[in-house]
Ligand binder design. Structure first.
Ligand code: PEP
Ligand code: MG
Length: 331
């Protein structure tokens, strides 16, 4: 079906009932930006900035960070790039970053990682914020913070970036024309405080890799658990459904940037829940776009919401038959 996907490259990802779904890609390296044109994506929905830190022998200097961000923005042209601030710590340990005794950990996934670490490691976030702001001079900068667990963490991270923006302004440096701030929803507790968080945000992105790990208390990298909990389980779908309803009520755009969105049937379920932005691996763009162009989103939404209300525990099977009946390719 490769030729079929290639032919669709420049066709819009719109459902049969006219719903536009933004298809973006996950990226982390300079070369990844080229995938945008190859697959015809709408932008980079998750740029994992920690990749540069992981492949470097020493902490990347500001100039080096800035050059990467600028190259990626240039390659993307008019398409948006959502930069996620460093998500290091946990399983993504940096050998050149020394840890004190009280910073050793038995449960790194739930440990001192991402924003928790970046807000405390003096200089890390500041340097990155400067690099991002300067790289996006004259453009719109999208910045997103990982592993937010409480709204104040978003406030602190945003304030840090804003502080750098003010510093650059007083030094007469060229600034981004606008900065849009987003949070990742990966920690379930955040879903209980969306009424507090959402008014602060320009956008929200659901990270289904960590979210699933924390919802089911199941290590995302454990081979024994890899197939155990289904992304199409009613627990996850009900959870995401509630988040989408809250975002709609607050007029905050919400997307999904975890691996779930790159699987065709899962992506179909997400669209049925009202998600209108997916950030996925480039290889998934073709199959997911083909699916989007053949579904009636309103009809799907009606059926899916009914199944959730009824307490259906076989949603994968139901979605599979739903697709088969309508001759929608799901692999
Ligand atoms: C996620 O957790 O779903 C996510 C997109 O981030 P990462 O996979 O980098 O943790
Ligand atoms: Mg994550």
């Amino acid at each position: 079906r490769r030729a079929e996907f290639a032919a669709m490259r420049d066709l819009p990802s719109v459902t049969t009932d006219g719903q536009r779904v933004a298809l973006m890609v996950n990226a982390g390296l300079r070369e990844d930006a080229q995938a945008l044109d190859v697959v015809g994506a709408d932008g980079i929905g998750l740029f994992r900035t920690e990749f540069q830190f992981l492949v470097s022998a020493t902490l990347p200097q500001r100039e080096k960070q800035q050059r990467l961000y600028k190259d990626v923005l240039d390659a993307a042209g008019d398409r948006p790039v959502i930069f996620r601030t460093v998500d290091i710590g946990g399983d993504k340990a940096l050998p050149y970053m020394q840890r004190e005794d009280d910073e050793q950990e038995d449960n790194p996934a739930m440990g001192w990682r991402a924003l928790r670490l970046a807000l405390e490691r003096d200089g890390l976030m500041k340097v990155q914020a400067r690099a991002l702001l300067e790289a996006a001079a004259g453009k719109v900068l999208h910045v997103m913070f990982p592993m937010i667990s409480e709204p104040w963490e978003f406030d602190a991270a945003r304030a840090l970036v804003e502080h750098q923006r003010a510093w650059l302004a007083t030094h007469k440096k060229k600034l981004p024309v606008a900065v849009r701030y987003g949070a990742m929803l990966e920690v379930p507790a955040l879903a209980e405080v969306l009424d507090i968080l959402l008014p602060k945000l320009d956008f929200l992105s659901i990270g289904t890799n960590d979210l699933t790990q924390f919802l089911f208390a199941a290590d995302r990298a454990h081979p024994k658990l890899a197939e155990r909990y289904d992304w199409l389980s009613i627990a996850i779908l009900r959870f995401i459904n509630r988040v989408v309803l809250a975002c709609d009520a607050h007029n905050v755009p919400v997307g999904v940037c975890g691996e779930m969105g790159g699987r065709t049937l899962e992506a179909m379920a997400l669209i049925g829940l009202g998600i209108r932005r997916l950030s996925i691996t480039p290889a998934s763009v073709g199959p997911v776009k083909a699916m989007i162009r053949s579904i009636d989103a309103a009809a799907l939404q009606q059926d899916l919401r009914q199944w959730l209300a009824d307490g259906a525990t076989d949603i994968r099977a139901r979605l599979t038959s739903w697709a088969k009946l309508r001759e929608i390719e799901i692999n």
